[in-house]
Design a protein around this ligand. Structure first.
Ligand SMILES: *Cc1c(COP(=O)(O)O)cnc(C)c1O
Length: 311
């Protein structure tokens, strides 16, 4: 919806990382916009704020940042670049609900912020999400977009006496049933957040001295325990590690295959500059089991099993 509100047209360029899910890039293509990828930082896996400016051309319209693992991008620098070049900022905060950057909630810093309540996220309604709009001028069109192109929201508020089809749109509304399922979790958001952070910290403390890399949280960021990952030496060691954990009944998953190497990425996008870290780091990263209410037994089993791999 954020991309649709920006009304990208043929030739418009949007800067984003290639290390993300297709959701971040795919709607840029509607209307003919071009996703332009820049490299990530190896420490946070977020877009490298120092490589954005070189990718800006007179066609650039926006920067899509992704707060990977609920850890914020370097937003002060990115806001400053956007202001100087008159660009919109859209925050993909799919993983960032309850996280902050300098005490500001992720998703509320740029022009638009997007949360996901997909089943893999910290708070889930099965499928669904939230669009946060910082400039109220966009509210009216957003309501129309999510209501199949109709002004039904105005009708529900009693502002018009019948509703009609006025613009493009789609069906972006969650059902009441899904919303109720989510609401119960939001009422206990702190409890869920604290539980995830405690699991995250247990992993971190247990693995501090092992020969694998652990996530880095910059001092201005508070994260939400969305994910705990380790980085192995390379693809070969990671494959060995996955098989080893699987043998003991522990499922570990990785993501993302960088978008610029996907079929649609090759066809519609370009990578500005050199891919120094995107592919290399994505091949090393592995996620450990982390979910609300994981039992101490299970957590300790994962920790002990993992440690034995490195002896
Ligand atoms: C999960 C996720 C998405 C997609 O969210 P949906 O609700 O499935 O559209 C987008 N970006 C990132 C970084 C994600 O982790």
């Amino acid at each position: 919806m954020a991309a649709l509100l920006c009304k990208f047209k043929s030739g418009d360029e949007v800067i984003l990382p290639s290390y993300t899910f297709s959701s971040t890039a795919t709607l840029i293509l509607v209307g003919g916009g071009t996703p332009v990828f820049v490299d990530i930082r190896p420490d946070t896996m977020n877009i490298d704020e120092n490589k954005i400016e070189a990718a800006i051309t007179e066609k650039t319209r926006a920067i899509f940042v992704v707060h990977y693992a609920g850890v914020a991008c370097e937003m002060d620098k990115i806001l400053e670049i956007a202001r100087r070049h008159n660009l919109k900022i859209i925050e993909d905060a799919a993983q960032g609900v309850m996280s902050t950057y300098k005490d500001k909630a992720l998703g509320t810093i740029g022009d638009f912020g997007c949360y996901s309540f997909h089943e893999t996220k910290n708070y889930s309604m099965g499928e669904g999400g939230v669009l946060i709009i910082n400039n109220p001028e966009y509210n009216e069109r957003a309501e129309i977009l999510r209501e199949k192109g109709t002004n039904r929201s105005k009708f529900f508020r009693g502002q018009i006496d019948k509703y009609t089809w006025v613009d493009v749109g789609d069906s972006y509304l969650p059902s009441e049933l899904n919303a109720a399922y989510l609401w119960a979790q939001l009422q206990r958001a702190d409890e869920i957040n604290n539980n995830r952070l405690a699991t995250w910290q247990s992993y971190y403390d247990a693995f501090k001295n092992l020969p694998c890399e652990l996530p880095k949280i910059p001092s201005e960021c508070k994260h939400n325990g969305h994910m705990f990952y380790i980085k192995l030496k390379n693809l070969e060691e990671r494959t060995k590690f996955i098989d080893y954990m699987k043998f003991y009944g522990v499922g570990c998953v990785f993501h993302y295959v960088p978008l610029h190497s996907a079929p649609a990425g090759k066809k519609y996008c370009r990578f500005h500059g050199e891919d120094i870290f995107t592919t290399k780091e994505s091949e090393r990263l592995l996620r450990l089991p982390l979910y609300y209410g994981i039992s101490n037994d299970d957590l300790n089993f994962v920790i002990d099993t993992l440690k034995k791999f490195f002896v």
